[in-house]
Design a protein around this ligand. Structure first.
Ligand code: BTN
Length: 274
């Protein structure tokens, strides 16, 4: 653990006008920052506690996937204890997406959100967010928001299919700000977006999300959700953060969570992912 790095991040946050209200932990190497933040939640750590790592041995992505976590990129988790109506909890992943996209744009990249909260640039994945709720019975006791941003990553180092699906700030702009400056930006915007959500609810958050989202409206998309594959025209995102599709039979489908991709017309009436 490096206390100097944690202090440096706290100083950067204070200089950005956001004196941080909770402890920051920095690890040179850890299993997963989300796992550490979950442990902190169980130990009673305060809201906004932060876990930052240079590398993760077992970084986790959505849907049980691995998250490549070598040095030079950003790996960060934040602990929240949301005192908000249950319907707003489902919007936290979208709020986190807005925060990360807004934090990365000043570094010169045109970050866009792919529902629900993948951060993309030029059609490739730039950052991912893993939001995990810790519940006590029906009540959500805490939420951990884990953010991974490809800063220095050389996509070809991922090998296989991933190499063509990922990008990084360095690939897009020729430079990267380093994990500390990126962490300060992400945390600052996360605090702003959380305020937006808790004060203004969906009415305030969704326009901000849509302004950054890929313009899928009216286009054909496919969503893998809990073992089901759903296809339809993207119509909207509703007040719960669910993707609204119009199925081929005209039925309205709402999908609360899943992995989505746009389909483009292929040869002879087929559809291919873009
Ligand atoms: C995704 O699949 O898109 C989500 C990726 C989330 C990765 C981050 S890296 C920091 C935090 N710790 C983890 O183990 N995962 C998240």
């Amino acid at each position: 653990m490096s206390e100097a790095t944690a202090r440096e991040l706290l100083r950067a946050l204070a200089e950005a006008g956001r004196p941080w209200p909770a402890p920051v932990e920095h690890h040179e190497r850890i299993g997963s920052t989300n796992d550490r933040a979950r442990a902190l939640a169980r130990e009673g750590a305060p809201e906004w506690s932060v876990v930052l790592a240079d590398e993760q041995a077992s970084g986790r992505g959505r849907s049980g996937r691995r998250w490549h976590s070598a040095g030079g990129d950003l790996f960060l988790s934040v602990l929240l204890r949301p005192q908000i109506p249950p319907e707003l909890i489902g919007l936290l992943p979208l709020a986190a997406g807005v925060a990360v996209a807004e934090a990365l744009r000043p570094f010169g990249v045109e970050a866009r959100l792919k529902w629900p909260n993948d951060v993309t640039a030029g059609g490739r994945k730039l950052a991912g967010i893993l939001t995990e709720a810790i519940s006590e019975g029906p009540a959500v006791e805490a939420v951990v928001i884990g953010v991974g941003v490809n800063l220095a990553l050389e996509p070809s180092s991922l090998g296989g299919e991933l190499a063509s699906l990922a990008t990084s700030l360095r690939t897009e702009t020729g430079r990267d700000p380093g994990p500390l400056a990126a962490a300060a930006g992400v945390l600052t915007r996360l605090a702003v977006c959380y305020d937006r959500l808790t004060r203004g609810g969906a009415a305030e958050l969704l326009p901000a999300w849509k302004a950054l989202a890929l313009p899928w409206w009216g286009r054909r998309v496919q969503v893998r959700s809990g073992g089901r594959l759903l296809t339809g025209l993207a119509e909207d995102v509703d007040a719960r953060g669910a993707l609204v599709l119009r199925g081929d039979d005209g039925a309205r489908l709402t999908v609360l969570a899943g992995d989505a991709r746009e389909l483009r017309p292929g040869p002879e009436g087929t559809w291919a992912s873009s």
